[in-house]
Design a binder for this molecule. Structure first.
Ligand SMILES: Cc1cc2nc3c(=O)[nH]c(=O)nc-3n(C[C@H](O)[C@H](O)[C@H](O)COP(=O)(O)OP(=O)(O)OC[C@H]3O[C@@H](n4cnc5c(N)ncnc54)[C@H](O)[C@@H]3O)c2cc1C
Length: 253
């Protein structure tokens, strides 16, 4: 392939999408019995736990980083839908993912954290060339929270089917002001590492998109792309097992 072809492709591939957000919504720093989080702050206890795991595959080290994952829908009667159309693909598809952990990811100490990801985000980022040097890093802007629906989804999410959290010792110091909550969320927003869509698939005749439904690059011959980049929109799911493998398997046949 010629370099001119590559720059053409990159120019086309200006949009991408990712599950946009992850941050600790609830943290309890005191008043909890010691948990794995507290244990891992003590190097000697950590070493003992590691030895136990090596010897018997038991003990605190058995726990994975993330203990529970909840995929939830914002209720049908949420005021969010007065302003926004439902971006999820199906009535069973989630709007948000909550990730519960008692040690990894969102800090350390005697705490429980719940991370929040918007699973049907409408914000789109971009990827562009920074220079004509092919080895130079690209300009990557994830565009997180640049669509106001995503704000609403984040703000609506804490009240979504997790009343047990509000009612439990894990309930946070309450911040009632939406603007304050949004400011906090913007400060702690990061990626869930699911970027897609830089080489979006579209219909054969469509003016947008980079590959056709056979995953052949439009306007070129002899070049297919088979990976997560061809997803036109981010699915309401993690991107490896259900989607990247499925795309690869479908194209391998
Ligand atoms: C930290 C992290 C955690 C994740 N957790 C999950 C999860 O729990 N569940 C889930 O479903 N998904 C998860 N994902 C997302 C998932 O890994 C991706 O969606 C998936 O790997 C995308 O597959 P891909 O084939 O498009 O790209 P990749 O898996 O990134 O494959 C691209 C390959 O191309 C190779 N490559 C790059 N440049 C060149 C080059 N110039 N020449 C030759 N080879 C090259 C790379 O080495 C790599 O092997 C996670 C991602 C990250 C980063």
């Amino acid at each position: 392939m010629q370099w001119t072809d590559i720059s053409r492709l990159t120019l086309i591939a200006v949009l991408f999408s990712s599950h946009s957000t992850l941050g600790a919504l609830y943290q309890r720093l005191s008043g909890l019995p010691p948990n794995v989080s507290a244990l891992l702050m003590i190097s000697k206890a950590q070493a003992v736990a590691l030895e136990q795991w090596k010897a018997t595959r038991t003990g605190p080290m058995v726990t994975g980083g993330l203990n529970q994952v909840l995929w939830l829908r914002i209720p049908d009667d949420s005021p969010t839908w007065d302003t926004y159309p439902d971006p999820s693909v199906d009535k069973l598809a989630p709007h948000v993912e909550l990730v519960v952990t008692n040690h990894a990811g969102f800090g350390a100490g005697g705490l429980i954290s719940i991370g929040l990801a918007v699973t049907a985000p409408l914000a789109r980022g971009s990827v562009a060339l920074a220079s004509s040097n092919p080895l130079a890093a690209h300009l990557i802007d994830p565009g997180f929270l640049t669509n106001s629906y995503d704000h609403h989804a984040m703000l609506a999410a804490p009240g979504t089917g997790i009343s047990e959290v509000h009612a439990s010792p894990y309930a946070p110091e309450t911040i009632d002001d939406d603007e304050e909550v949004l400011k906090m969320l913007k400060n702690i927003t990061s990626t869930v590492w699911h970027p897609v869509g830089t080489l979006a698939m579209s219909n054969k005749g469509a003016k947008w998109g980079v590959v056709d439904p056979d995953l052949k690059v439009k306007g070129l011959s002899g070049l297919r792309v088979v990976d997560a980049s061809i997803m036109p929109f981010i699915p309401g799911a993690d991107t490896m097992a259900p989607v990247s493998y499925a795309i690869a398997e479908a194209r391998a046949i």
